[in-house]
Structure formats: structure tokens, C-alpha cells
Write a protein of this length. Structure first.
Length: 166
């Protein structure tokens, strides 16, 4: 019986170590991003012309997400970054119609051409970046080659991060 517990303990420990080995970090290639447009068409962000992509996984009802989006809007107004696209991703299956209504409302400041909105109803993209459910917003900066420049970006730090790229 004690051998069974020892084997279970060894397997559990190995699983924890392997999960840590695969955590994405700056310099890693980003996973393939298959996202959905409002009409249901699949798109890969490789087809979008930009030097950098700021991915933001968020929920329109989340107060933390709203604060981050407000800081992103301020960054865009102050810095006017060239070559940056904000890839807004709603990683939930429910209420997608409400999400699309929200992002189209000009009062929410998400209609600027810098923003590109998608859904990820199966949350496969979110999971590939190791974001756990219930943790929006998640911000990740990618370059045009699909490399991760920064993981877990704080919206208030965008100005410093952007200046470091110039």
C-alpha cells in the first residue's frame, strides 16, 4: 500500500514540475491564436498587419477590466503608438451578443481602429496562455513574428514598456 502512495506522490510531483516547465515567458513563441470575428469567421492574428499586438483577455462586466481599458485608452491618447494593434478577446461562451453590443457602443471608447475585437468561446486561446478562469484581464504583448515581448502586462506600465521598444 505504501508503494502505491509513493508512486502517486511521484506522479503528482512530476506533473507539477512539468507544468512549471511549460509556463510561457518573454521570448517564447506565442501559441497559435484562432479567434472569431462577430460573424463567426475564424481568424488568425498573423493575418493582421501590425508591428506589435497587445492581447487583452477581458469581460465587459469586470471592473478590473474596465480600469485596464481606461488606462489603455489613456496610453493610446498620450503616446499615439504606431504599429500597435489592441487585440481585444472575450474568452467566454456566454453573452457574446452583449459583448459585441458593448464594444460597438462609442461611449465605451473601443471603436478606435487600433482595437480589433474577437471572441474565443471555448477559451482555448486563454488556456494556451495559462490564464485560469475568473482572472481577467490578462494583457500580453506580442511582436509581429509572434514572439512574446511581455507576459502579464500591467496597463499602467504600457508607456514605459512602449518606450523600451522604440
Amino acid at each position: 500500500m505504501s508503494k502505491i502512495f509513493l508512486y502517486i506522490f511521484m506522479l503528482f510531483g512530476a506533473a507539477i514540475l512539468s507544468a512549471q516547465d511549460f509556463e510561457l515567458k518573454a521570448g517564447d513563441a506565442a501559441p497559435q491564436l484562432m479567434l472569431y470575428k462577430e460573424d463567426g469567421q475564424k481568424i488568425n492574428i498573423d493575418s493582421i498587419d501590425a508591428d506589435y499586438f497587445l492581447l487583452i483577455f477581458w469581460h465587459y462586466k469586470c471592473s478590473h477590466c474596465q480600469k485596464s481599458l481606461s488606462k489603455i485608452d489613456k496610453f493610446l491618447a498620450d503616446e499615439k503608438p504606431k504599429g500597435l494593434k489592441i487585440v481585444s478577446i472575450y474568452p467566454f461562451a456566454e453573452e457574446t451578443e452583449k459583448f459585441w453590443s458593448y464594444v460597438k457602443d462609442p461611449l465605451n471608447l473601443l471603436t478606435d481602429s487600433v482595437f480589433i475585437h474577437f471572441t474565443d468561446p471555448k477559451a482555448s486561446t486563454r488556456r494556451s496562455f495559462s490564464q485560469k478562469a475568473g482572472q481577467p484581464p490578462l494583457l500580453i504583448l506580442l511582436d509581429k513574428k509572434g514572439k512574446i515581448v511581455h507576459m502579464h502586462v500591467k496597463a499602467g506600465e504600457l508607456k514605459e514598456i512602449w518606450k523600451g521598444l522604440e
